[in-house]
Design a binder for this molecule. Structure first.
Ligand code: ATP
Length: 233
């Protein structure tokens, strides 16, 4: 579904990603783990069309991604929930969700809202409340819900557990499992390797802009290098 090969990208003269390869198949949860500054966000930005790579190829559903406008990529089902959530703080929960669904017009809006409220009932309770008044966990749910309103085939989540208590982190990650069960593949960027590896079907470890290890999540969680560097064991 998503295939990245030989990807090099960075900012101005600074190259961050060096020859990265990665793929996500239909219905998979794939994690990308790595330390601060390893290039995980840069990778998601390149895939979602926000950053033009210097070389390499990215294809989604068999179509090239590089050079395609980010809005068009969203229309094709490639949806990025950025780190920091980027919500419209003064707008209500409902308005934020509606913004996520605008790309498909009014037809499917009610149905998609029902699906998001089913996944995160607290958002239904707070639908008229400004987004900025929600707790951190609720804001993360809203950011994911807004992404789901765009009907993703692949949902890319950047650090969804940042700033959340362990309990809320698990609630968000449990929601990721439900999202996959409904047929959406997920590419999950996480600094919290323990959570990401427990959840993911497969995972990649990114170090200094290069993937150094990949394999089934649970297998990587037993790898000595991963245990020492990312799991603190
Ligand atoms: P983090 O978890 O800290 O976000 P990350 O693995 O997602 O880490 P990136 O955000 O991709 O890492 O950053 C990789 C490198 O690129 C870092 O050295 C960072 O300082 C640099 N960088 C990120 N954004 C920019 C930018 N807009 N301009 C210049 N350098 C940047």
């Amino acid at each position: 579904m998503l295939s990245v090969e030989g990807l090099c990208a960075g900012y101005h003269q600074l190259q961050i990603l060096h020859d990265v390869a990665l793929h996500v198949d239909e219905g998979e949860i794939v994690a990308l783990v790595g330390a601060n500054g390893a290039g995980k966000t840069t990778m998601l930005r390149a895939v979602s069309g926000l950053l033009i790579p210097t070389s390499g190829s990215i294809t989604f559903a068999g179509e090239p991604v590089v050079g395609v406008h980010p809005h068009e990529l969203v229309r094709r089902g490639l949806v990025h929930v950025p780190e920091g959530r980027a919500l419209f703080g003064s707008l209500s929960v409902l308005e934020n969700l509606q913004m996520g669904g605008w790309i498909h017009g009014r037809k499917s809006l009610e149905e998609d809202l029902d699906a998001v409220f089913g996944l995160f009932p607290v958002l239904a309770e707070r639908r008229n409340q400004p987004a900025e008044t929600l707790s951190g966990g609720q804001q993360q749910m809203l950011a994911i819900g807004r992404g789901l309103m765009a009907r993703p085939r692949l949902l890319m989540l950047d650090e969804p557990s940042t700033g959340l208590s362990p309990k809320l982190t698990w609630a968000v990650l449990e929601a990721v499992k439900v999202i996959r069960k409904h047929g959406t593949a997920v590419l999950l960027v996480e600094q919290n390797a323990a959570h990401a590896l427990a959840l993911a079907d497969r995972a990649y470890v990114l170090e200094s802009g290069t993937t150094v290890l990949d394999g089934p999540g649970r297998e990587l969680a037993r790898n000595d290098r991963v245990r020492e560097a990312y799991l603190g064991l």
